[in-house]
Design a protein around this ligand. Structure first.
Ligand SMILES: O=C(O)CCC(=O)C(=O)O
Length: 382
């Protein structure tokens, strides 16, 4: 455990919250020296090399989703966190912008669900990208200039759409999971020893420089034997990984663009949070999201498509000051189905969407509850 975390834990209850506030603090800024940076040579008492299965994914399969050969990945575990794995940017040079474009341009499209749907009509939230791309990254010229829809985008759900009110997934609120993200997730999971992982639900979180994500556990999936995968793009963040109890002090680590995290086994249901978005520390990795395109020719059958100049520039402007995180989950185990509750029979998709409209406008303030064990998503105002 980090020195700072250890000393704060002595205060007893809810050490996680204290450490969350410590890293969120602006004035004076916190000391980041305890934050583990996997992109550098890392201290060996906390960080251990993680075993991968290079045979689980061929080089061709990896390249098709923009990943380097598995034998070249730098994968780590953390002492005291069995089942947690951190892969330091396994993407091929030049492939991240394609994934950023998917997160900004493609995944927010209907039939996927986003926070803007709560207070806007489907025609208004159609083509968020096209309506935003010209204003992206431009500082507002005056009070009258509205923020773009992309600036106001806070979350998107995919596949089985997470219901923020009931904190459940259900059979009757499902749309096809994006095939490209499914392939990327399967490759990562196979290399980490989880062949047959079936990406069924995704949550994309969009962070501005002042955003944070409250302390929570992802426990709504029905099968916890499957890992939770996390992909980060754009600005770096501080990620806190705690224990199974709310009062357990967390370990802090940087998540840079391209980093992948896998929470499985005993680490699948740990408390975690993102208290702060940060500029990459000095000597850290150069931003990959600016790069001009794949360094090697695209593989046949590649799901990573080249970007137009306009898309590339817009993605690069977005990721200079913002972060996108994608978590991918398998909701059901093999052969498992949703329990037949009265509510799953009675509630239709339309009713569920109405439920979100009726809610006090948490989304409008950029806040949402994650689960009974979550504080809040404290992203900037919508
Ligand atoms: O943004 C992150 O790195 C964490 C996201 C997360 O914890 C979640 O979506 O449940």
């Amino acid at each position: 455990m980090a020195k700072m975390a250890a000393s704060m834990a002595e205060g007893g209850e809810d050490a996680f919250r204290k450490i969350f506030k410590f890293y969120k603090r602006r004035n004076p800024p916190p000391d980041f020296s305890d934050v583990i940076d996997f992109s550098k040579r890392v201290p060996s008492d906390q960080v251990v090399p993680a075993a991968l299965d290079p045979g689980g994914v061929s080089d061709v399969e990896a390249a098709r989703v923009g990943l380097q050969p598995v034998r070249d990945w730098r994968a780590f575990g953390l002492q005291g966190y069995p089942g947690f794995m951190f892969i330091s940017n396994p993407f091929m040079p030049g492939s991240q912008p394609s994934w950023v474009r998917q997160c900004l341009k493609i995944y927010p499209r209907k039939p996927n669900v986003c926070n803007l749907d709560m207070h806007m009509s489907p025609s208004d939230t159609q083509d968020i990208w096209d309506k935003s791309v010209h204003g992206l990254g431009c500082p507002p010229s005056g009070k009258t200039q509205p923020k773009t829809l992309l600036d106001r985008l806070r979350w998107v759900t995919l596949g089985y759409h997470y219901n923020w009110d009931t904190k459940t997934y259900s059979a009757n609120h499902h749309t096809p999971f994006p095939a490209d993200l499914h392939s990327l997730s399967s490759r990562i999971a196979s290399a980490c020893g989880f062949p047959g992982f079936n990406a069924e639900a995704g949550i994309l979180n969009y962070y501005r420089s002042d955003s944070s994500l409250g302390i929570h556990v992802d426990e709504s999936e029905l099968d916890h034997s499957r890992p939770l995968l996390s992909f980060s793009f754009g600005t770096s963040a501080i990620f806190l990984l705690g224990g199974t109890r709310r009062q357990d002090p967390p370990t802090a680590m940087y998540m840079h663009s391209g980093d992948v995290m896998v929470m499985s086994g005993q680490s699948r249901l740990l408390y975690h949070a993102v208290p702060r978005i940060v500029a990459a520390p000095q000597g850290g990795p150069a931003s990959e999201t600016d790069s001009r395109g794949p360094a090697s020719p695209l593989q046949e059958g590649s799901v990573v498509e080249p970007l137009s100049e306009q898309d590339r520039d817009a993605c690069s402007r977005y990721t200079h000051s913002s972060r996108v995180n994608v978590t991918v989950r398998q909701v059901l185990g093999p052969g498992q189905s949703f329990p037949e509750t009265p509510s799953s029979h009675q509630r239709t998709d339309a009713e569920q969407t109405e439920g979100r409209h009726d809610r006090p406008a948490e989304g409008e303030r950029g806040k949402r509850r994650r689960s009974s064990s979550c504080d809040s998503v404290d992203t900037a105002e919508t």
